[in-house]
Design a protein around this ligand. Structure first.
Ligand code: MRU
Length: 317
């Protein structure tokens, strides 16, 4: 099943807020509907947001509104993951060539996502097995960087899946990833469907899993990688990187090239989404600060694995 697809001139996407209890899809015909789905995280995950941005411009180009205005609204729906703006801009560049060219470009972005993530998954798996001197590799991961965050093949979970397919995977530890539980709801669901042995731990237990030697590597995705190699990812990633450095195990970031943002010099300059406090405290009057992402400094990142290369310390440009 594709997480997001273009079928008969509309977007079909898995409704991720209802998983894992309810597996259902959304039919999206307008940019308004798409912006709503993105804002409430029914469609989420950096590469999937890139595809959504691309397909959203296709919807706009087939509609009657001002395509550039619609594109600007889409771009602003979620600011942290650079892929959304990347997908919008890539397809918008074809606007002068007419609606058919715009749709073809958007569908190209969608198809490319599968190919690129598959490539980075196997590249990352090979790198880990080489680095660790063989398998089985026990992995700690965070949030959901699986097929649900992409089209069909994940980034961090793409590496896990490639390890499984090459008989080099041990056990996977999954942070539950508060507050929306993308780890225990989405990643655990995906791993179960793939028949991969896994255990969910609370976010604050991730560093202990690492310190106790239960994980051989941390593998996560990214929402934006700044020009200096700083990695912006779901809140709670940074403590895993600190723990990995202390334990001397690799901290690996798996992301397509479209997640690298050379226009942003370092991670401190990235706009971090601050989401509704109600996601933490419900309707209680307690003050709450709900950062959605954190910044892992480049010096804590052992390797960035993309669809084209492995970056270990060298400049990204
Ligand atoms: O808020 P979300 O669910 O969109 O956050 C997703 C993440 O942080 C993922 O780890 C990241 O996008 C990488 S997905 C391949």
């Amino acid at each position: 099943m594709r997480t997001i697809d273009w079928v008969d001139g509309r977007i079909i996407a898995v409704e991720q807020t209802l998983l894992p209890e309810v597996v259902t899809t959304l039919r999206i015909d307008t940019v308004d509907q798409l912006v709503d789905a993105i804002k409430r995280l029914a469609i989420r995950g950096a590469p999937a947001l890139g595809v959504a941005g691309a397909l959203g411009v296709a919807l706009a180009a087939r509609g009657t509104g001002d395509v550039r205005v619609e594109a600007a609204r889409l771009r602003a729906a979620r600011p942290t993951a650079v892929n959304l703006a990347w997908g919008v801009d890539k397809v918008l560049a074809r606007l002068d060539d007419g609606p058919d060219a715009v749709v073809a470009e958007a569908v190209g972005v969608l198809e490319d996502d599968i190919r690129r993530n598959r490539a980075l998954g196997f590249r990352g798996a090979r790198w880990l097995v080489d680095r660790l001197g063989g398998g089985p590799v026990n992995v700690q991961t965070h949030c959901n960087a699986g097929a649900l965050a992409c089209v069909e093949w994940g980034t961090a979970l793409g590496v896990v899946r490639a390890l499984q397919e090459t008989a080099a995977l041990g056990h996977v530890y999954v942070d539950e990833t508060r507050p929306l539980l993308q780890g225990s709801r989405l990643t655990a669901w995906e791993l179960a469907r793939m028949g991969i042995a896994h255990t969910v731990v609370v976010d604050s237990a991730g560093p202990t899993v690492i310190a106790r030697g239960m994980a051989d590597a941390v593998v996560v995705g990214a929402d934006r990688i700044a020009a200096n190699g700083d990695v912006v990812n779901k809140i709670g990633t940074y403590p895993l990187a600190l723990a990995a450095a202390r334990a001397g195990i690799p901290f690996v970031v798996a992301a397509p090239e479209s997640t690298i943002d050379l226009a942003t010099p370092d991670g401190t300059l990235v706009e971090i989404e601050v989401r509704d406090p109600a996601e933490i405290v419900g309707d209680r009057a307690t003050p709450a600060l709900n950062f959605a992402f954190d910044v892992t400094p480049a010096d804590l990142v052992t390797a960035i694995v993309t669809d084209e290369r492995i970056i270990c310390g060298q400049p990204l440009g």
